[in-house]
Design a protein around this ligand. Structure first.
Ligand SMILES: Nc1ncnc2c1ncn2[C@@H]1O[C@H](COP(=O)(O)OP(=O)(O)O)[C@@H](O)[C@H]1O
Ligand SMILES: [Mg+2]
Length: 315
């Protein structure tokens, strides 16, 4: 079965693309999916956020220009069934250099499609840079569908028409007729502000049921986890951020069911998968330190339930 490819794109920076790429991937891996994450941003935040080195020659740069077997750049992460194609600063050169190449909008697709056809992964995600340049366009021609993270703030919808127009162009010019907008992921939601609630209503009005009901709350653990090189479900398994991304993964699998490759896939109804394999399990399962000190702002957070309204009724 061919692996679906999802590009995580929004030309705005800081809207939660990389956070969603890392944590949705990790939560799907927890549900026994086999995931490949492609870091297509020269800033390499997904690479460092997974604790992987930014090594010279470690990005897709050379393959994007010269072609070849994409497997050469796939690296295993610290977690079983979770692989990464890392990035490093070299990739910035691709933005300029690929334009000289024949078929320059299809370089990434040319690398990923043969891999997708083998079906050895359940999902392939591409973490795009914050622009609509050649790299993002390559992601859009390679992908079956887009996931668009949007921050719940006043200007969220600004720029959306641009991305919609580009999707339409990519479809109608034949560059990628199958491209769909799979969904909008609402990030950094703060249930305490009226503004965030208004923005959510507006985005639902605009995108309807393409919006994922699982809202991602603003949560300091989500912003801390990358500096420890860990997905939030490993860094602080019971944080509201971890709960929210687990919920999103469950909703994602309901939309995109995958047959269990090994008979072990955790069905969407299971709310608490066991965690990521291959990490130090003691660390992953360690209880949060008891008294919350100044550097442990969420340590005493309740273990199970997100705050009311922080997740939109995916239960
Ligand atoms: N839900 C969230 N709560 C708190 N901080 C977040 C959340 N999502 C992302 N962040 C932080 O916001 C910043 C931008 O997020 P990031 O995922 O890197 O955005 P992008 O990839 O779109 O540029 C990062 O510092 C990240 O840790
Ligand atoms: Mg990013």
């Amino acid at each position: 079965m061919t692996t679906p490819i999802f590009a995580i794109a929004n030309q705005k920076g800081g809207v939660g693309k990389t956070t969603t790429a890392i944590n949705l991937s990790a939560c799907l891996v927890e549900r026994r999916q086999r995931v490949l994450l492609v870091d297509l941003d020269p800033q390499a935040n997904a690479t460092s956020g997974l604790g992987m080195p930014k090594a010279e020659g470690g990005s897709l740069y050379r393959l994007l220009l010269a072609g070849g077997d994409v497997r050469a750049q796939i690296r295993p992460t610290a977690y079983r069934r979770f692989d990464l194609i890392p990035s490093e600063v070299d990739l910035a050169g691709a933005e300029v250099d690929i334009v000289m190449a024949r078929d320059y909008l299809h370089r990434l697709g040319g690398l990923l499609r043969p891999l997708a056809e083998t079906g050895e992964y359940d999902q392939i995600f591409i973490d795009c840079p914050p622009s609509l340049g050649v790299l993002t366009m390559n992601a859009m021609t390679a992908a079956d569908a887009l996931l668009v993270p949007m921050q719940c703030e006043y200007y969220a919808l600004e720029g959306v028409s641009t991305i919609l127009r580009i999707v339409e162009q990519i479809r109608t010019t034949g560059a990628n007729p199958r491209l769909q907008i799979d969904g909008v992921v609402l990030t950094m939601y703060d249930a305490r502000t009226k503004l965030a609630q208004q923005v959510v209503v507006e985005i639902f009005q605009h995108f309807g049921d393409r919006v994922y009901e699982s809202l991602i709350p603003r949560n300091v653990r989500l912003s801390e986890a990358p500096s420890y090189g860990k997905p939030v479900v490993v860094y602080d398994r019971h944080s509201t951020g971890a709960v929210a991304y687990r919920r999103l993964a469950r909703e994602f699998l309901k939309r995109h069911p995958r047959p269990a490759a090994d008979g072990e896939a955790s069905p969407p109804g299971v709310s608490e998968p066991e965690g990521l394999d291959g990490v130090q399990p003691a660390e992953a399962a360690a209880p949060a330190p008891a008294p919350a000190g100044p550097s442990e702002p969420d340590a005493a957070a309740p273990a199970a339930e997100p705050p009311a309204g922080a997740a939109g009724g995916a239960e």
